[in-house]
Design a protein around this ligand. Sequence first.
Ligand code: VG1
Ligand code: CO
Length: 543
Amino acid sequence: MSVITVKTAPIDGQKPGTSGLRKKTRVFMGPHYLENFVAAIWSAIGGVRGKTLVLGGDGRYFNDRAAQVILRMAAASGAKKMIVGQGALLSTPAASHLIRLNKTDGGIIMSASHNPGGPDEDFGVKFNTPNGGPAPENVTDKMVAAAASITEYQIMEAQDVDLSTLGTTTLGDMEIEIVDPVADYANLMKELFDFNALRDLFAGGFTLRFDAMHAITGPYAKTILEDTLGAAPGSVVNATPSPDFGGGHPDPNPIWAKELMDVMMGDDAPDFGAASDGDGDRNMIVGRNCYVGPSDSLAVLAANAHLAPAYSDGLKGVARSMPTSRALDRVAAKRGLDCYETPTGWKFFGNLLDDGRITLCGEESAGTGSDHVREKDGLWAVLLWLNILAKTGKSVQQMMTDHWAEFGRNFYSRHDYESVDAEEANAMIEGLRAKLPGLPGTDVLGATVESADEFSYDDPVDGSRATAQGLRVTFTGGGRIVYRLSGTGTVGATLRVYLEDVSDDPATFTKDTQEALKDMIARADHLAGIAKFTGRQAPDVRT
Ligand code: VG1
Ligand code: CO
């Protein structure tokens, strides 16, 4: 085995977005592409020599090949040890946990999360820091700089490492420990939740359908829900991870998880339904005949988390990403909790969690988590919901009805316009940005603008500032529209329009969300000219 130095040159576009570097798989498979970026990671963390890292991914196409390349590069550059999930598999929250549990110098997660997988779909690479969380911008900025000036990288010439067998092996001088991807994560969940109450729940006939969407959560959900807690065999469906996620789109929302939605809205619906995304950090919660919007789910979890052992002393504070509905703020206000508003992306929660300012946080995109790891965690959210249902004896529907009765209802929906022309999308945002200062006080189709600005975030812990994080327009009475461009897509631009309106009138609480937001939807187009710029009459996805 020998270390070789490969001459290379910078490749355009190696800039991490909302969550790591995501590109078409074939781009990642292109000459030097993955290698350049991995070398840029080493450079951004001050070299990998003597360090221990965690490595795993969501099992999508190229996951296995990429793992071998990363191991050979780590060995060539003097890494001390790599802790790898068996088969190079790890869910994102499990990877975060392993980084923290083993006090490593960080980890690499191979995933494009909710993006589809396959040779013609997407791949991604993300670096997490020693706290277990996604690298903050000061680290990703260094990756960008290193990738833009790279001239060579080191890689070891060696045969593939057998990652299928648990135990310890070596590559050159580097130790490789192959671990069960599920075991440590399952132990953590046992510490957080009342597993006896959950076992009793299932023993009492409670039924569940968990759709793993052919992605990484299957083995985790089967072990925990079926084998440990006693959910009926077969409760976890689409449980075997496949490189192309069964040809599907592993995004847990009513559109992509339609199969689950149909079951949950049908005559023989189980008590509880859930789905998760490609890398297992997101969740969708559905009751019998009752879809729970992610922003509402976050609010319900915040209001009831104390029913689970890990949170029985109450929460230190909570946080949500800016576009997430303000249902959480209502809970925080009533319970006297600090509530932080951060830019989109989990990396912005890290400092708040590390500093002990918050215990629980979440995003409208179906990511919820707590200080148990530094990533959002799909299965954790499912278990917290189940723990709450077990303790209250309520159905999902009853939980929602009671929640709205106590806190009021924030109607909320996100409209996505996918793969639109990037120039047109940017022109729309620029046009709206220019209009913002003149909007306060004006009338937009019958509602008065209260404020209009572009969101910037000053991190209260380290003082760093993130700018250009979305345009927001709020209306007197509590309505709000947010516009931003996605940072996870790989083709053209995806415009996200986040719509919210509030009601304290119980008579309206069961209204259909899109119907309740009809006026806001019209205002969103009126203000920004969505149809004009995108050429679309309707969004591709409404969640
Ligand atoms: C999307 C979501 C964001 C989430 C991010 C990564 O980002 O909106 O809330 O944190 O994906 O999630 P964007 O920039 O496309 O809106 V995952 O589960 O795809 O790592
Ligand atoms: Co994800």
